[in-house]
Design a protein around this ligand. Structure first.
Ligand code: NAD
Length: 296
């Protein structure tokens, strides 16, 4: 028997809405997982698919690959500096699959390299349903050899897109969500104008989906979550605002045009002031429908 590939043992930190189903995919693919989450009982609740460990550092010990699926860059840095960095094995791959900030990712990669390990950023798109089905789009930034080593492991969770060097995955993810948030706002304004003109939203969407205005918002979000009024995409408005802030911060840092991004963020921020950050992001359409024009 040949030796098992080194990516068959993984430490996994952050077992929330996304992390838990991703671990299930890894376990189903034959990967041995040591898992940690700060919330008590969460890792233990997944004991059928992982070995629960009490600290992030313990997830890294003896693991050639450590995956992070945490809320944001601040938490990622806290976990890395809270003992994980010292526990990384030489040559280990630290994979940040959270939606983090690309410039902070580059800075963190230098410190990880200083310890003889490699940071790869691999944020995802596709939501909880994609995590459960193993159909996430995984936007990967990092050195080619490290990405190739990770490819079979990542392929258990979705489609791998190697988009550039360190930080590139986090940049593409945030910029993708700038587009997604923009499309949803624009679609919602268009459909609401049509409604007030007396048109049927479903009839409009059917025509638009055969025309140049189509997008994920016209093809999926409006028909599946907004027209039936279920608002259950699984992705919160608060996370969308976080991603918009990352995209705008990136555009500012490289001095790119950003008037549209700034206005999009301002509208989404006003929406979560009313809806709350835990609202489903598709509720932006409901918010627009219920707000007086002058508040928008
Ligand atoms: P979540 O809040 O459900 O899960 C995060 C987990 O991290 C929680 O279980 C929490 O207890 C744990 N955690 C927080 N601080 C910790 C610490 N210091 N040490 C260990 N564990 C800690 O979030 P999620 O929806 O799973 O999202 C995770 C990441 O994926 C975010 O960056 C998010 O933007 C991104 N994302 C989410 C979705 C989605 O649909 N939910 C889609 C794509 C990307």
């Amino acid at each position: 028997m040949p030796d098992a590939p080194a990516t068959d043992r993984v430490g996994f930190v952050g077992l929330g809405r996304m992390g838990a189903p991703m671990v299930r995919r890894l376990a189903a693919g034959g990967v041995t997982v040591r898992g940690h989450d700060a919330a008590s009982g969460v890792a233990e609740g997944l004991a059928d698919v992982l070995a629960p460990v009490p600290r992030a550092a313990a997830a890294a010990e003896g693991s050639p690959v450590v995956i992070l699926m945490l809320p944001d860059s601040g938490v990622v840095e806290k976990v890395v500096d809270g003992g994980l960095l010292d526990a990384l094995a030489p040559g280990a791959l630290l994979v940040d699959m959270s939606t983090s900030e690309p410039l902070r990712t580059r800075a963190l990669a230098e410190r990880v390299a200083g310890c003889g390990a490699t940071l790869v950023d691999a944020p995802v798109s596709g939501g909880v349903a994609g995590a459960e089905a193993g159909t996430l789009t995984i936007m990967v930034g990092g050195p080619g050899d490290a990405v190739e080593r990770l490819r079979p492991l990542l392929a258990l969770m979705g489609r791998v897109r190697h988009v550039g060097g360190t930080g590139a995955g986090h940049a593409v993810k945030a910029l993708n969500n700038l587009l997604s948030a923009s499309h949803l706002l624009a679609t919602s304004e268009a459909i609401l104008a049509g409604e007030r003109f007396g048109l049927n939203p479903t009839t409009m969407l059917d025509a638009i989906n055969g025309s140049s205005g189509r997008s994920g918002s016209t093809e999926t979000k409006w028909p599946t979550h907004i027209v039936p009024g279920t608002y259950a995409s699984g992705f919160t408005a608060g996370l969308m605002v976080k991603d918009l802030r990352i995209a705008l911060g990136l555009a500012e840092a490289v001095d790119a045009p950003r008037g549209h991004a700034a206005r999009t963020l301002a509208l989404w921020s006003r929406a979560i002031d009313t809806l709350g950050p835990g609202a489903d992001h598709t509720e932006i359409a409901r918010w627009l429908r219920e707000r007086p024009e002058e508040d928008q």
